[in-house]
Design a protein around this ligand. Structure first.
Ligand SMILES: [Zn+2]
Length: 107
């Protein structure tokens, strides 16, 4: 099966240019869990309603909130390539709510 590959620079997940063209500087990229649900950024406090907890095994993914493609951070950091791990529907819950809560939290 053909795997879509995003562009990434120097094994750095924050430099991903998603297949859809989104970047951190455009619509942003969000740290997510292995289901593609945006995670709470802190390990030591409870996540607000809607966000997933920080994964205990630190197995983090990067969600493109524009198209729903998800990249696995470990793969990017180890290989310097950014294959699409899977894709989620950003318009349905729990992803849609989590994305909204994520941005409200940053504001
Ligand atoms: Zn995208």
């Amino acid at each position: 099966m053909y795997t879509e590959m995003a562009e990434v620079i120097d094994h750095d997940v924050t430099t991903i240019t998603c297949i859809c063209g989104n970047t951190v500087g455009k619509e942003g990229l969000i740290q997510a869990d292995s289901h593609g649900v945006p995670v709470h950024f802190a390990e030591d406090t409870l996540p607000p309603d809607g966000l997933a907890a920080w994964p205990e095994d630190e197995d983090l993914y990067t969600l493109c909130p524009s198209c729903g493609r998800v990249y696995r951070d470990n793969v990017i950091e180890e290989t310097g390539t950014a294959p699409v791990a899977f894709q989620v529907d950003v318009t349905t819950d729990p992803i849609a709510t989590a994305i909204r809560v994520h941005w409200e939290q940053k504001a």
